[in-house]
Every structure is written in structure tokens, then in C-alpha cells.
Design a protein around this ligand. Structure first.
Ligand code: COA
Length: 153
């Protein structure tokens, strides 16, 4: 298994990012949605690949705070550290963009992602009640935050 290569991805990578997103989420984002998001102010994406696309993260810097918009690792590539490497890359770019903190929302029913963010140094700072609709079932979102000044994941 070769070492994954991580690099920032522009709107031209939107179809690849959309394919990775669709493998990870029930409600897939279209390539057009992704292209428009990446083209927005402060937004960026990082793609992990070896001979094939393995994972992606999208985030956005808004003044002092950056937000992870989505994170997806291909099912066959999980538990190889790719998700954590993508979070580290996104945190580095957020710092470069002037952000002091990186925040995100994660479903309370997503133990894998909650564990990943915890392992990367994020702490829980809040809860949004009934934030996600999983086919009629309402799920709370946990708000998590990484202080980019004190943590270096
Ligand atoms: C969550 C997700 C991105 C994790 O990606 P990954 O590449 O498998 O994660 P990593 O290999 O970097 O894991 C790093 C650490 O996170 C934790 N972790 C990751 N997946 C886990 C799981 N299924 N169960 C428990 N802990 C997990 C572990 O502490 C892991 O370290 P370890 O493997 O040494 O024990 C991936 O499972 C995914 O794409 N899920 C679907 C989409 C999703 O939920 N995205 C996040 C939405 S907010």
C-alpha cells in the first residue's frame, strides 16, 4: 500500500470530491454544489490519493474562525490515518488563513467521526438539538472546536 499524497484541490477536482462524498454520506453533494462551495470566499479542499482518490476534506475560513464543511474517507481506505491527516492539513491551512480556531458540527450518532476529532484535539463546546434529519429521525449535532493557537494536531 503506497503512502497517500495530500494536496489542496480546486473546483476542477469537484467530480472526484463528489464521488468520495457520495461514498461516505447518504445525502450526496453534487459536483456543482462542491465546485460552488470551493469557489466561495475563504473555502478550500484537500484531496488524499495514491493511485486512486482516498479521501477529502472541505473547510472555510471566516475571519478568526474556520469551519470544517465535510470530511470523507473512502470505505476501503479507513483506519489508515487518512482522516486524521486530512484534519491536520485543514488545520494548517486554516492557521495560514488567519483563523484562531477550527470548528465543526458532527452527528451524535457518528462515533467514528467523534473519536477522530477527539484524537485530533477537538473538544465539545455545544450541542444543536435536532440538527440532522436521518430519514425522519432527528439527531443532535455536537459542536466541536480546536484551538489553533494551543493545539497542533
Ligand atoms: C470519520 C472518517 C472520516 C474517519 O476516517 P479514517 O481515515 O478512517 O480515520 P483515521 O484512520 O484517521 O482515524 C484516526 C483515529 O480516529 C478514531 N477513529 C476513526 N474511525 C473510528 C471508528 N470507526 N471507530 C472508533 N474510532 C475511530 C481512532 O482513534 C483512530 O485512530 P486509530 O485508528 O489509531 O485507533 C470516516 O470513517 C468516514 O469517512 N466516515 C463517513 C463520513 C463521516 O462521518 N464524516 C465526518 C462527518 S462530520
Amino acid at each position: 500500500m503506497s503512502r497517500p499524497h495530500l494536496a489542496p484541490a480546486g473546483p476542477e477536482a469537484a467530480p472526484v470530491l463528489a464521488e468520495l462524498h457520495s461514498q461516505a454520506f447518504d445525502k450526496a453533494w453534487s459536483a456543482q454544489d462542491i465546485s460552488a462551495l470551493i469557489g466561495g470566499a475563504g473555502a478550500y479542499a484537500v484531496l488524499a490519493q495514491d493511485t486512486a482518490p482516498l479521501g477529502m476534506i472541505m473547510a472555510r475560513v471566516l475571519f478568526e474562525e474556520a469551519e470544517i464543511l465535510t470530511l470523507a474517507v473512502a470505505p476501503s481506505a479507513r483506519r489508515r490515518g487518512i482522516g486524521a491527516a486530512l484534519v491536520v492539513a485543514a488545520a494548517g491551512l486554516a492557521r495560514q488563513g488567519g483563523a484562531q480556531a477550527l470548528v465543526l458540527e458532527v452527528g451524535e450518532d457518528n462515533p467514528a467521526a467523534i473519536a477522530l476529532y477527539g484524537a485530533c484535539g477537538f473538544v465539545r463546546v455545544g450541542r444543536r438539538r435536532n440538527y440532522y434529519d436521518r430519514g425522519g429521525r432527528q439527531i443532535d449535532a455536537l459542536l466541536m472546536r480546536l484551538d489553533l493557537n494551543s493545539e497542533r494536531p
